[in-house]
Structures are given as structure tokens and as C-alpha cells.
Design a binder for this molecule. Structure first.
Ligand code: 5RP
Length: 219
């Protein structure tokens, strides 16, 4: 079974968490795209979706699913999104697609965060995947030095501008033993908009697509 098949399995399983006549949040990436494809089949039962990126908005609209402004709706009952890495405590690295800021906002505004991923995303220790950090352009060098001081090797993501007009530094060589502590510390560096660590607000459930079916992880 391919990785894409496992992503699709996880995405299909997330449909079980969608309640009728509600607004839900939807993430960004290939696994989230499979979820959008699945959502399209039940769109008549939805009030709408809050999107986490311009790319997701386009795909939702193409599928005929109403896209709503987060400010126009209350707290969301559900957010469904993929991840680049997840640990057993359901803490995540996200932002491989560069949508981390809006993803973190929608996750924060949601009561239940269901993360969908293929089995390769489950790791013992976060940090094998370079940590994406969204940075205000003028702060690039300053933030780079601060990340160096903490043992990371920041690499500027070439030819990429986020939906918010910022840059991404992908930070290599971090062995993240205390994800919530590192997230809080990096949040305090001037110029960092968003850290791709989702540890202070981890997922509530991870649906892991595997060769043998879907594994449900809870804390
Ligand atoms: C985008 C993300 C994605 O959820 C993450 O990169 C996983 O992507 P994929 O589902 O394509 O493996 O955080 O910013």
C-alpha cells in the first residue's frame, strides 16, 4: 500500500467526526486535500468550512464547499489537518506546506483537533523533520542567529512567501525533547510569527493510516 493510500485512509476516517449542520476547520497539504475530497461527498450536510490557507480555500471552492471567515463564526467544534511529524503525546511538527500560522489559529479556535497522517509521520522524538518557522522578512538574520544559539541550523526556504507575506526558515538538527518548552521559548523571539511546533495546543486525536487500517491515537 502506498503512502498516499494511507493518507487517504486517515482522511476518510476523519469524516466520522464531522457533525451535521456545523462549521469545521480544514488544514492544508496532501492529506487535508484527501479530506476535502471526502467532505465534498457530504457537503449538503455542512454549514461551511474555515480554511487554513489560500490553497485549501481554492480546493474547497472548487469542490463547491462554502468557505467562511473565522471572525464570522464562533468557536469551531472540529479542526482536521495533517502533520509532518507526530509523537505519542500528539504533539506535532507542522508547516511543511508553509501554512503553519493560519493552521495554528484555526487549531486554537477549535474544540477538537483531529490530525490525519500516514504511519510514517509517527516518531519517538520530534525534530527529524526540519522545524518550519514563519518570520517577518526584516527579522530573518536576527531570528537565524537566535535559532543557531539554540543548536538549530536555519535554512531559508527559497522562492516561498507565506499567505501572510512572510518568509519561512526551516530549522534542521533540532532534537526536540521538550516540545512545549521550546515552542514557548521560540514564541518569544522578536520577529518570529509562528513556530511549527504544535505542542502547547497538540492534537486531541491522531488518525494514523497504516497498511492494516486506521490506528486512533489519544493521550
Ligand atoms: C502544511 C502542513 C501539512 O499538514 C503538513 O506539511 C503535512 O502535509 P502532507 O499531508 O502533504 O503530508 O502542516 O503547512
Amino acid at each position: 500500500m502506498s503512502t498516499d493510500d494511507m493518507k487517504k485512509r486517515a482522511a476518510e476516517a476523519a469524516l466520522a467526526y464531522v457533525e451535521d449542520n456545523t462549521v469545521l476547520g480544514v488544514g492544508t497539504g496532501s492529506t487535508a486535500n484527501y479530506f476535502i475530497d471526502a467532505l465534498a461527498r457530504i457537503k449538503s450536510r455542512l454549514d461551511g468550512v474555515v480554511s487554513s490557507s489560500e490553497a485549501t480555500t481554492q480546493r474547497l471552492k472548487a469542490a463547491g464547499i462554502p468557505v467562511l471567515n473565522l471572525n464570522a463564526v464562533g468557536p469551531l467544534p472540529l479542526y482536521v489537518d495533517g502533520a509532518d511529524e507526530a509523537n505519542a503525546r500528539l504533539q506535532l511538527i507542522k508547516g511543511g506546506g508553509g501554512a503553519l500560522t493560519r493552521e495554528k489559529i484555526v487549531a486554537a479556535a477549535s474544540e477538537l483537533f483531529v490530525c490525519i497522517a500516514d504511519e510514517s509521520k509517527l516518531v519517538d522524538t520530534l525534530g527529524g523533520f526540519p522545524l518550519p518557522v514563519e518570520v517577518i522578512p526584516m527579522a530573518r538574520s536576527h531570528v537565524g542567529r537566535e535559532l543557531h544559539k539554540r543548536g538549530g541550523q536555519p535554512v531559508f526556504r527559497e522562492n516561498f512567501v507565506t499567505d501572510n507575506g512572510n518568509i519561512i526558515l526551516d530549522v534542521y538538527n533540532l532534537h526536540i525533547l521538550e516540545p512545549a518548552k521550546l515552542e514557548a521559548e521560540l514564541n518569544n523571539i522578536a520577529g518570529i510569527v509562528t513556530v511549527g511546533l504544535f505542542a502547547l495546543r497538540p492534537a486531541d486525536i491522531v488518525l494514523l493510516g497504516t497498511k492494516n487500517g486506521v490506528q486512533t491515537l489519544r493521550c
